[in-house]
Structures are given as structure tokens and as C-alpha cells.
Design a protein. Structure first.
Length: 205
């Protein structure tokens, strides 16, 4: 039997350590604090500024191929923050994640949206895919920039890089990235749970 989404208050999520199995909704209010002031007050730079996501803005986790909750160990959206490491969060089939970039990206700076996916074991891997959207606001509107995948991944990590300045209708300022799992479950085993997000950010080639 498929379980419906679980919704918790931010206080309760924090008490739970942000590790919630099953269909999870994670919401972080967009509130400017003194600690965030420098990033929000940033002005356009003459060059591309590389950065990683530093805050989760929204998380709706899908389910496994058989319709069961994703294991709790794979369900912490904060594992998608900061530089690539050994942690990750599974989107679940059809799930989505919204993160805020530590530094805004300004149009015409020749940067790339970078999504790092984690796949266990040795290649070749069965394809996992997430659509990558960008926006200047956590509420959208969203512009589809491209797709991230684990295809042709090195062991345990695949880095997808999407040039931003060629994206039609790219907003003048990109501050938020939204990932939506569009993995075809057919070739996967019953325990599979879609795209696994290790890190999200902006690269400057």
C-alpha cells in the first residue's frame, strides 16, 4: 500500500534531525537574517563566482519503485548542500528538491549549473535522470536549464554541467535550483528510489 505525503512543522523536522522516511515535505521559510545579509546584498560581479547550495528551500520526496517509503538514511535533504562529499539524498520517483545557492549567479558570466549524483557500486549504471530548473525566486517562475544524469559516471559520482548563458529566457539573476526526478523506473530493481543528489552549485569553467 502506497503511503501519502507526510507534512511536519519546521520545529518538528528539526527535532527529527531532518531525517524522515517516506514521502517527505521539507519547507524552509525564506527569511533574511544578519548572517545571510552579504549573500542577499551581493551585486553583479565581472566574473563568474563558483558556489554550492547552502540552504534547502523545499523537498517533496517520491517513493521507491514498489511504492514504499524511501529509507530514512537516504531522505535527509540537507545532504545535498555544500561541496560534494560522501552524503546524498534520494529524490524518490517523481520527487523534487529546491535549494538556494550561496552566491547568486548573474547572466552572461559563462557559468554552469552543476549537479553531482551519487551511484553505488561500479559502472555501468542504469540511467537515473533529474530535470534541472533555475529561478531568481524560491517560488519560481522556473526555467528548464537541462537534465542531470548518472550515465557514464565514474565510480560513485557523476558531475553534470549545464551551461547557463545559452538557456532561453534565463533570469538575470539565478539564486535557486530545482531538481525534479524523471527517472524511468522500468530497468531498475524494486528497491530503487530515483535520482540521488550529492551536491548542487554553480561552476566557472
Amino acid at each position: 500500500m502506497t503511503e501519502g505525503p507526510q507534512k511536519f512543522s519546521r520545529r518538528e523536522l528539526l527535532k527529527r534531525g531532518a531525517v524522515v522516511g517516506g514521502a517527505v515535505v521539507w519547507a524552509t521559510p525564506v527569511v533574511q537574517t544578519l548572517g545571510m545579509g552579504r549573500a542577499f546584498a551581493a551585486t553583479p560581479s565581472d566574473t563568474c563566482v563558483a558556489s554550492w547550495a547552502d540552504q534547502v528551500e523545499g523537498f517533496t520526496q517520491g517513493l521507491t519503485k514498489t511504492g514504499n517509503p524511501v529509507p530514512a538514511a537516504r531522505s535527509n535533504p540537507a545532504n545535498s548542500l555544500n561541496a560534494p562529499n560522501t552524503t546524498f539524498v534520494s529524490l524518490g520517483y517523481g520527487g523534487e528538491l529546491i535549494v538556494r545557492l550561496a552566491v547568486p549567479y548573474y547572466l552572461t558570466k559563462n557559468g554552469e549549473a552543476v549537479v553531482v549524483e551519487t551511484s553505488g557500486g561500479l559502472p555501468p549504471y542504469v540511467a537515473e535522470v533529474a530535470q534541472v530548473y533555475v529561478s531568481g525566486s524560491a517560488a519560481g517562475p522556473w526555467v528548464l536549464a537541462g537534465s542531470a544524469t548518472n550515465v557514464n559516471a565514474a565510480p560513485n559520482e557523476k558531475r553534470s554541467e549545464i551551461p547557463l548563458d545559452t538557456v532561453p529566457m534565463l533570469p538575470a539573476i539565478v539564486r535557486y535550483v530545482r531538481l525534479v526526478d524523471v527517472t524511468n523506473s522500468g530497468p531498475h530493481d524494486n528497491a530503487s528510489d530515483g535520482f540521488d543528489v550529492n551536491a548542487v552549485g554553480i561552476g566557472c569553467p
